[in-house]
Write a protein that binds this ligand. Structure first.
Ligand SMILES: Nc1ccn([C@@H]2O[C@H](COP(=O)(O)O)[C@@H](O)[C@H]2O)c(=O)n1
Ligand code: CDI
Length: 157
């Protein structure tokens, strides 16, 4: 077994939605990014890569590479899962936390879990998505952006 963890942060910018766990969540701000800015899936990609000591998301999908401009982060997650599979590893479960004052994440958790389960080849009950504010403290508390953390357990196929 291997365990990996990931952390990602994106700043708010002009926009009318944010992508979180593959779900388009209506919001009065967007997230600044080279890709679709899905901070949740980026943290999860880093957790899978970290478990296998394969570097990080920026190593495999460099922000300097136009191929990843506006990329669908579910494609990145599936590519990371494929890298793991090629090396004889698959996910067992994943636990994620989204950190922001807004938008409210709770109403979208079920859809997020479904997308992540599909992309990692897991049952939905092996995927946990939680949310918290920081009680108005720090950059998340000031509404400057969204952070996400992920932990994933991997086993040999
Ligand atoms: N963006 C968010 C933040 C929180 N939630 C839900 O609210 C609960 C209470 O948040 P606290 O920061 O006061 O602990 C939290 O447990 C989440 O269920 C949310 O949906 N979206
Ligand atoms: C996802 C990638 C793709 O180029 O770019 P961003 O969308 O800016 O996101 P980040 O979390 O900075 O991860 C780096 C890149 O791999």
């Amino acid at each position: 077994m291997r365990v990996g963890q990931g952390l990602d942060v994106h700043a708010f910018c002009d926009g009318d939605h944010v992508m979180l766990g593959g779900v388009r969540v209506p919001h009065d701000r967007g997230l600044a990014a080279h890709s679709d800015g899905d901070v949740v899936l980026h943290a999860l990609c880093d957790a899978v890569l970290g478990a296998l000591a394969l570097g990080d998301i920026g190593k495999h999908f460099p922000p300097s590479d136009e191929r990843w401009a506006d990329a669908d982060s579910r494609d990145l997650l599936r590519a990371v899962a494929a890298m793991a599979a090629e090396r004889g590893w698959r996910a067992v479960n994943a636990d994620l936390t989204v950190v922001c004052e807004a938008p409210r994440v709770g109403p979208h958790v079920a859809a997020m879990r479904g997308h992540i389960a599909t992309d990692l080849g897991l049952d939905t009950d092996a995927v946990s998505v939680k949310a918290t504010t920081t009680e108005t403290l720090g950059f998340c508390g000031r509404g400057e952006g969204i952070a996400a953390t992920a932990i994933v357990l991997m086993e040999r196929t």
